[in-house]
Design a protein. Structure first.
Length: 212
């Protein structure tokens, strides 16, 4: 597999926020979100080759029991990622798989120790045309749907999306950039949305530092 970086940090996003986590960042994504904060991982050439065996050995070398497989988009290398997830589950790890929502999420292990963290891209990303909205029906109740809100237009798009379909899991709204929460929190309260408003906590701790 093409891997961009492996590092320990605090999970900064989603329902497992705050937990010490080993991040395995795959290389390669063919989306180009306006606010992408990992431009250094968009090309496969920005990664080095690791086998699944080597990645499992590396994971076992660390003390943390939570692993986040992120990117790029890991599902660009789906066959290897499915194998990696199965092996890591077999070793007792809990895994968050982050994906853009632009690739099919079928065929993934069904364990409750695998949390699929899937985006729906909103207009402010410039990539809403890449959404595979049929993926939403494949999310399980322990997964999470992430909406990165860049502006009022994104918020309205997200609000209509949520009112127009049934989402089987928790929904998380995070402001683009991860820090400006107040306006978003006020909109969610005023509209009575049953979503979580969350920051990107690692940005409060380490700013935009890479590998954090
Ligand atoms: S899907 Fe993720 S990695 Fe790809 S461009 Fe968008 S934010 Fe960046």
């Amino acid at each position: 597999m093409k891997i961009n970086e492996i590092f320990e940090s605090i999970q900064g996003e989603g329902l497992l926020v705050g937990l010490p986590t080993l991040f395995i960042r795959t290389a390669g994504c063919d989306l180009r979100c306006v606010w992408c904060d990992t431009p250094y991982a968009l090309l496969e050439s920005q990664g080095t080759e690791w086998s699944v065996d080597e990645l499992v050995t590396e994971a076992k070398r660390h003390r943390v029991r939570d692993i986040c497989i992120t990117g790029g988009d890991p599902l660009r290398q789906k066959e290897e990622v499915v194998l990696l997830i199965s092996r890591l589950l077999g070793e007792g790890f809990r895994i968050v798989l982050e994906t853009s929502g632009a690739y099919p999420i079928d065929g993934l292990p069904r364990s409750e120790r695998l949390v699929i963290s899937m985006d729906v891209k909103l207009p402010g990303s410039g990539m809403e045309g890449r959404n595979m909205l049929e993926n939403i029906d494949l999310l399980r109740k322990w997964d999470q749907l992430k909406l990165i809100i860049a502006d009022r237009n994104d918020y309205e798009y997200a609000r209509k999306l949520l009112s127009g379909c049934s989402i089987p899991c928790e929904v998380i709204m995070t402001p683009a950039g991860g820090r400006e929460l107040k306006w978003l929190a006020e909109r969610v309260l005023s509209d009575g949305l049953a979503v979580r408003v969350l920051p990107q906590m690692h940005k409060y701790i380490w700013g935009d530092e890479r590998g954090r």
